[in-house]
Design a protein around this ligand. Structure first.
Ligand SMILES: *[C@@H]1O[C@H](CO)[C@@H](O)[C@H](O)[C@H]1NC(C)=O
Ligand SMILES: *[C@@H]1O[C@H](CO)[C@@H](O)[C@H](O)[C@H]1NC(C)=O
Ligand SMILES: *[C@@H]1O[C@H](CO)[C@@H](O)[C@H](O)[C@H]1NC(C)=O
Ligand SMILES: *[C@@H]1O[C@H](CO)[C@@H](O)[C@H](O)[C@H]1NC(C)=O
Ligand SMILES: *[C@@H]1O[C@H](CO)[C@@H](O)[C@H](O)[C@H]1NC(C)=O
Ligand SMILES: *[C@@H]1O[C@H](CO)[C@@H](O)[C@H](O)[C@H]1NC(C)=O
Ligand SMILES: *[C@@H]1O[C@H](CO)[C@@H](O)[C@H](O)[C@H]1NC(C)=O
Ligand SMILES: *[C@@H]1O[C@H](CO)[C@@H](O)[C@H](O)[C@H]1NC(C)=O
Length: 853
């Protein structure tokens, strides 16, 4: 593909897409700051030899390196549509000898959701650039058991040797050339037989090898470390060792046999001890029983050192770390102690005694041995929550790391953020430490929809697992997620074109009506009473005059409601169709399905098929001109189509545009120009983010070598009709980005101005919010300057993926118990509560039966 310089492009020299090349234009990209990470952190790994060097991995959003100021730098932003699944990071290893080397095992799914084999990525510059070796099997960064580990490890005596433990029965693999080539360790026979549940291809794949831990007290520099421990995901024998550098292997005799999975195996070199955390599930959501054991390597004796006895535990154990500076000091976390909160413990006597992060002080009182600081992501706590106990320590704690050079510094990953502090030794002195969200720079949300409402805040987002946000300020973490009603995952947003203060959102909840409306641009919300609790969320369109809502429910199909009347079915529109509302004509809705376009001119009651979209077999998105009635666009599996007569006839845009995914219309460069179209398209065989300034005649690629945005079909696009150049990209795991042409950066605040008296005045002059914050939002953009890539190209087809977790829909009937679980992502149990108790949302993974107030 021919690439023109940005300067030439700005002068207007676009290539026509009828020629066999599309142009490109340099854009500056930056994350919209949500802060706090916003998703699961399955692994945090400190380098044991280089002070301050640490990495974190995400399950669907790449990996990050820690900076000295506690912020994190993303390392896989080069990943684009061709290698999208490299954002799934199943394991990470930092080289203890040549500390600039770092390795990742990447790939998204081992079942049929991902057709591609996995890879080992290797870097010699701490992740700034990568080289890639494909493996002969899949890797599953977003599969069950992704928080165990690390299943990738570098030999501390001979760092050319790297081990990787595969999933799916493929066993233990070894490289002797710094990760370039890999061979099966056939002498290691235990490939791991455990899988979660035979009911689906996602849960039925064997999770494989759990972790590889070298005994650094054996061997000498320059030759392979003799003693290596390997944990295997098996409910029988599960910890094995070699004494001869991996030539022969045997079970570590005396290992406890409770049917538990070893999540972490951590060596304490000073006392020649291997500590192992066990749980009766593979994680990240399960586990109700487990132990912590230590293995005295010298004596060969295993000892149960569990903080909670087998008889009375209701959780297994995950995160585990030793303080390398202080022999005998270690910490362990319950994998999932859902109630009253996650719990973790610290011992300074080799696990003989433990002190907890909180303790009961006569029910219902708790003593908290911590202060809690979420100043970098205040939304981590919903300030309208009615839960009896707030979940602050977290959940899904599989990663827990004490800095090997600084006993005061610790970090741990939860389902929503990274917590930690620089005062850990206070645990031992005054038994009170800080738990602070320390994930600045990590943005790992999966966005499902983006909306810029004319006259409203700069952006509204619909986000997986943590709901979504009204973003006053693109560079500051929002104070709260959307709430009342609170949704775990928000699926979609729309506004009414003629009354844009009216906004609708739809998302998942096991306790609240799954559609809500706002009359003030998304500031406050009410449940939409045209829906009952049994109406599932989906895609949504708001009629231009804000009297009707068209819902394409994932579970109930197409539904229409006018003036808050009960939703009724729309049999003339196919289930699953893409939908949109005309932004000017109050009676018109649009639909698209299987290559056909549908129009309703009776406010969504009936639809008529009005046009065929060429040879398309799938309509991906419909977008409507914000100010011109009847001007509508549809992206499909064969390209982009435009109608100016309410969808009665369409023109297919340029022969070079052969597929289209999410797109949006933004401000034109001149007051009379047609809106700029931004979106993920295949143009001249390249699938990437493009823009067109002339309604599809000429195209320029605006993603680039350092901002690839991974899967084009999974991303969502938003654009701003008030500010030329402003475009938003919501990714499937790397948060939300905003961009503008390089060298022409508009200020951050777009349609509203926040005055020094903390009032947001919209462009239409109405006062939208009086805030307690006094921040004035007119900072300018800077380049995000992330890494470039040397990764080898791979070819793949992209496909729409589930976000960070499997579906939350529960099919179980029956009643839960008092204080029992009644909802949550991947929860399949009863959702009703006993009389006198109400199912109360606690976090995306857990709703609980609490006493009704
Ligand atoms: C690797 O070796 C293990 C153990 O011998 C074997 O079960 C597995 O099938 C092998 N995997 C591949 C991909 O060769
Ligand atoms: C396996 O999954 C099915 C379907 O979700 C569920 O009904 C069953 O209880 C699960 N089995 C176990 C052992 O979790
Ligand atoms: C491990 O066992 C050996 C031999 O019994 C003993 O000398 C040593 O103190 C034990 N180590 C620890 C940390 O208890
Ligand atoms: C945990 O598992 C052990 C071993 O199977 C069992 O003895 C114990 O009763 C279990 N604990 C609970 C609380 O169920
Ligand atoms: C620990 O410190 C925090 C913050 O000062 C305080 O709220 C908490 O009560 C303290 N915990 C105990 C047990 O004193
Ligand atoms: C919750 O936080 C928001 C945003 O800071 C604030 O406007 C609101 O008043 C708070 N609500 C409660 C109940 O504290
Ligand atoms: C809205 O669209 C319908 C259907 O095309 C048309 O009959 C009607 O005249 C339009 N209304 C306005 C106000 O333009
Ligand atoms: C996508 O990334 C691959 C691998 O780095 C690279 O070869 C290719 O040129 C990139 N494609 C686009 C459209 O940027």
């Amino acid at each position: 593909m021919k690439v023109l310089s940005g300067a030439a492009l700005l002068a207007g020299a676009f290539l026509s897409c009828s020629v066999d090349a599309a142009a490109s234009q340099a854009f500056t990209w930056k994350n919209v700051r949500i802060g706090g990470g916003g998703g699961f952190i399955p692994g945090i790994v400190f380098n044991p030899s280089r002070k301050g060097l640490a990495y974190a991995r995400a399950d669907i959003g790449g990996a990050y390196r820690l900076n000295s100021d506690d912020s994190w730098t993303p390392l896989l932003d080069s990943v684009n549509n061709s290698n999208w699944h490299n954002w799934g990071v199943d394991a990470l290893a930092t080289d203890p000898v040549d500390t600039d080397r770092v390795y990742l095992a990447v790939g998204m799914y081992t079942n049929d959701w991902d057709p591609n084999v996995g890879s080992i990525l290797r870097s010699t510059d701490q992740g700034a650039t990568w080289a890639e070796t494909k493996l002969p099997f899949k890797v599953g960064g977003n599969m069950p058991g992704r928080g165990i580990g690390e299943r990738l490890a570098v030999d501390p005596n001979s760092n050319n040797i790297v081990y990787f433990g595969a999933r799916s029965g493929h066993g233990l693999w070894k490289s002797t050339d710094y990760g370039v080539t890999w061979n099966n360790v056939t002498a290691f026979k235990w490939t791991g037989t455990y899988f979660q549940n035979a009911s689906s291809s996602y849960t039925s794949d064997p999770v494989g090898i759990a972790w590889i831990t070298f005994d650094t007290t054996t061997g000498s520099s320059g030759s392979a470390t003799p003693r290596i421990f390997v944990g295997v995901v098996d409910d029988g024998q599960s910890v094995f060792k070699s004494e001869d550098g991996g030539v022969t292997w045997a079970w570590v005799a005396g290992e406890p046999q409770y049917g538990f999975i070893p999540h972490r195996g951590v060596l304490a070199p000073a006392d020649k001890t291997l500590y192992v955390s066990y749980a009766n599930g593979v994680g990240p959501y399960d586990g109700t029983n487990g132990t912590v054991h230590k293995y005295n390597i010298t004596s060969g004796v295993w000892t149960d050192i569990s903080p909670t006895s087998l008889a009375s535990t209701y959780y297994g154990y995950g995160g585990l770390s030793v303080d390398l500076q202080r022999p005998g000091t270690l910490m362990v976390a319950a994998l999932n102690a859902w109630w009253p909160d996650e719990i973790m413990w610290r011992s300074t006597d080799h696990g003989t005694t433990w002190s907890p992060i909180w303790a009961w002080d006569g029910y219902p009182n708790l003593d908290f041995y911590y202060s809690y600081d979420i100043s970098e992501a205040p939304w981590l706590q919903d300030n309208t929550s009615t839960a009896q106990f707030l979940s602050r320590v977290g959940w899904m704690v599989e990663s827990l790391s004490i800095d090997p050079f600084d006993s005061n510094h610790w970090l741990y990953g939860t389902g929503a953020t990274i917590y930690g502090s620089h005062d850990l030794l206070n645990w031992d002195t005054e038994h009170n430490v800080t738990i602070k969200s320390l994930a600045y720079g990590i943005e790992e949300t999966a966005a499902e929809a983006l909306l810029v409402v004319p006259g409203g805040a700069p952006l509204l987002s619909a986000v997986g697992d943590i709901g979504g946000f009204l973003h006053w300020d693109l560079d500051t973490a929002p104070a709260q997620a959307f709430h009342t009603p609170t949704y775990g995952t928000t699926h979609d947003l729309d506004y009414a074109g003629n009354n844009p203060a009216n906004v609708v959102r739809t998302g998942e909840s096991s306790t609240a009506i799954q559609i809500a409306t706002s009359g003030n641009y998304g500031l406050t919300w009410s449940p939409y009473y045209g829906a009952s609790l049994s109406i599932g969320p989906g895609k949504v369109a708001y009629s231009a005059n804000s009297d009707s809502i068209l819902l394409m429910s994932d579970t109930n199909g197409p539904l229409i409601s006018k003036y808050s009347a009960t939703f009724s079915a729309v049999p003339t529109l196919p289930s699953g169709a893409a939908i949109a509302s005309d932004k000017r004509n109050g009676t018109v809705f649009y639909g698209g399905s299987a290559g056909s376009f549908y129009t309703s001119s009776d406010t969504g009651v009936t639809f008529t098929m009005t046009a065929a979209l060429g040879s398309s077999t799938m309509v991906n998105q419909i977008r409507v001109h914000p100010t011109v009635a009847g001007d509508v666009w549809a992206s499909t599996d064969t390209g982009l189509f435009h109608s100016t007569n309410y969808g009665h006839t369409f023109t297919q845009i340029g022969s070079g545009v052969t597929a289209g995914y999410s797109f949006a219309l933004g401000a034109a460069s001149t007051s009379t120009g047609y809106p700029v179209i931004y979106g993920f398209f295949t143009v001249d065989t390249v699938t990437a983010l493009f823009k067109t300034e002339d309604a599809g005649l000429n195209w320029a690629m605006i993603s680039d070598a350092t901002h690839g945005f991974a899967s084009s079909s999974a991303n969502v696009v938003g654009a701003d009709m008030a500010t030329y150049g402003r475009v938003f990209v919501g990714t499937n795991g790397r948060g939300i980005f905003y961009g503008a042409p390089s060298g022409a950066l508009p200020p951050v605040t777009v349609t509203g101005t926040k005055t020094s008296s903390s009032t947001l005045v919209t462009s239409s002059g109405s006062t939208l919010l009086t805030s307690t914050s006094s921040k004035v939002v007119t900072t300018s953009q800077t380049s995000s300057g992330s890494s470039s890539s040397k990764a080898t190209s791979t070819t793949s087809t992209s496909q729409k993926m589930t976000a960070t977790s499997t579906s939350s829909s529960s099919t179980a009937t029956g009643t839960s118990s008092a204080y029992g679980q009644c909802g949550g992502s991947s929860y399949a149990g009863p959702t009703l509560c006993p009389s006198g108790y109400t199912c109360t949302y606690s976090n995306p993974y857990y709703s609980q039966c609490l006493q009704s107030s």
